[in-house]
Structures are given as structure tokens and as C-alpha cells.
Write a protein that binds this ligand. Sequence first.
Ligand SMILES: Cc1ncc(C[n+]2csc(CCOP(=O)(O)OP(=O)(O)O)c2C)c(N)n1
Length: 358
Amino acid sequence: MLRQIEKVGIQYIQPDGTLTPEGEVAWKPIERPLKIEFYKWMRKIRLFDQRSIILQRQGRIGTYAPLQGQEAAQVGSTLSLNREDWIFPSYREHGVAMIAGMPLKQILLYWMGRVEGCRPPEGVKLFPPSVPIATQIPHAAGAAWASKLKGEPSVAVAYFGDGATSEGDFHEGLNFAGVFRLPVIFFCQNNQYAISVPFSRQTATETVAEKAAAYAIRGVRVDGNDVLAVYTVMKEAVKRARTGEGATLIEAVTYRHGAHTTADDAGRYREQEEAREWVELRDPLKRYRRLLEAEGLWSEAEERDWEACCKQEIEEAVCEAESAKAPPASHLFAHVFADLPPSLVRQRESLLRQEEGR
Ligand SMILES: Cc1ncc(C[n+]2csc(CCOP(=O)(O)OP(=O)(O)O)c2C)c(N)n1
């Protein structure tokens, strides 16, 4: 485990918030508003996450996949994309979805089990969260192939976890991208666990990034808790993709602070000491806030104002989601079978009768 922590890949901001020499170089050209935006997004996403867990505990949303700890990986990567780029997320990318332009209300509706939560606003090129592991990876390769054939400048990004790298879809997607030199980025958030399976049991290689070599694409390992490093590495991958240099596999080394979903207890399969080390010493928000404050770009008062502003926005989204009109019960039967089997036809009719009788 310690070996994993030590080998976090490219790092520009150290856990104490100071810049490495390479970090100084990467930091300088970034405009002041973007430096602040990195932090604002990370803070908002964390507050949303904390609120969603409470909503689930109160029975107001069905289940929820927490992302705390992975904010830097999501913010740094998404802020390097354009509106024209395609995003193929898994179920843990609420941060990515927000930055791409998905309203908070809809993210909540998704976890309330509503189809509206899968439908992005016009112009937001975000696919619905993929729950089957790794199926979004060939989809992203396919979208990148379409962009290439059409001569469009858009890049496709697939987000997935370390567990997904054991699936056939991962290898097929990367292979295809390598052969056709596609403008796609495979962004793996290695949060150390696939539910309860630790990374050491996921693969015998030391890193995910090295697997890129087998497909002749570029592989990069980056400290996923370092927003500046993730942003820089991703920017470079996007540039390569847009200029015809092909795909990149990015492994962002990070840690999921909480449970896999609100349905499990991470204390059953993780050492407390390990979790404490990541949560207290390597938290992406604390690290970046120290840097911002040292540079005179953030203060306690700004923190309080921003927190209040986010909390209000989140509460408004909760109200909107909870007051959204409930779908008719017949929707339960709408999207699985082209021709409903007789047993389901009977169930649907029974439900419809109940609804009418109300
Ligand atoms: C094809 C498939 N197999 C198994 C599952 C059950 N399952 C749900 S989440 C998960 C672990 C995924 O871990 P990882 O890819 O590391 O992503 P993370 O949850 O850590 O973000 C598994 C095995 C599934 N959803 N889909």
C-alpha cells in the first residue's frame, strides 16, 4: 500500500501546498480566474457530495456513489475540455457532469431513479452514467472514430475506475484507438479499490498507465489529488488528440474517501490507517487551498462566502428535484423490452388500474 502512495506519478503541488520546480513552470501561465475556478469547483462538488449522502440516508434519494477525494482528478481533467468534446462517464462522475453543464437538479434526479437525470441539456455532450463497468470505453473510441471520419475537431473522453481495466471492453477500446489513431482520452481514476478489491489484486503490473504500451498509445501516471498536474497532463493529451497524434491513457492516482456507494461499509475492507493517511494528509482540497492562500488568491472570508453560495444553490436544486412531477408508473415498463412479455403486460395493467383508482 505504501509503495502505491509513494508512486503517485507526475506531481506539481506537494501535499503541504508548495509547488515543485516543474509545478512552478506549469503554474505561471495559468490565468488567475482559472486558478480560483479550480478550487471553487472542487469545493462545490464536495458540498454536493456531502449533501447527497445525507439525502440518501434520509431516504430522499435511492442510492448514491460518493466521489469525495476524487475532486482534483475530475475538475482538472474536465476544465481542460471544450464544449465540443464528448464525455462518457461512469456513475461516479458528478463533478465532471456539473462542469460539463448538467444542472444539479438533474444529477439528483438520476439518483432518484428518474430518466430525466440521463438527458443533458441541448449542447452538452455528456452521455448517461455507465453502470455496467467499462462499457463506455468502446463507446468513447467509437465517438472519436466518428469525429475523425467527419473531420471534426472534437475529442472523446472515457472516465472509469481501476476495476474497469480488467474488463474486455477496456482492452478492446484501447486497441481500437491505437490501430486507428483516434482522438480519445482514457481517463482512469485509480481510487485504489473496485468496491472491496484492492488495486494490488486488480492487476500484477505496478501501474495502469504502463498498459498503454501494449496498444502503442501514450500512457501517463499523474497524482490524481493534484489539480494542477491533472489539468496539465490532460491539456497535453487533448492537444495531442486534436492534432492527430492519437490517444492517451491517463492514470490519475487518487483515493475514494468514503464507501463505494451508500450501500457498503468501506471499514470492512480497508485499513483505517490507510484511509486516514489519504484523507488527512493527501486531501486534494486542503492541498490546493494551502497553495491558493499562500499566493494571496483565497481567504477565509472568500471560503465562507463561496460555501454559503454553493449551499444555497444545492438546496434550490434539492427543492426543484423533489418537486419535479413524478413520472407515470407505466414508465417502469417503457425502456427494457420492445415487446413486453405477458407477465409484465399483466403487471403494467394492474399498476395502471391502481393509478386510475387513486
Ligand atoms: C460489467 C459489470 N460487472 C460487475 C459490476 C458490479 N460492479 C459495480 S461497481 C464495481 C467496481 C468498479 O470499480 P472501479 O472500476 O474501480 O470503479 P470505482 O467504483 O472505483 O469508481 C463492480 C464490479 C458491474 N456494474 N458491471
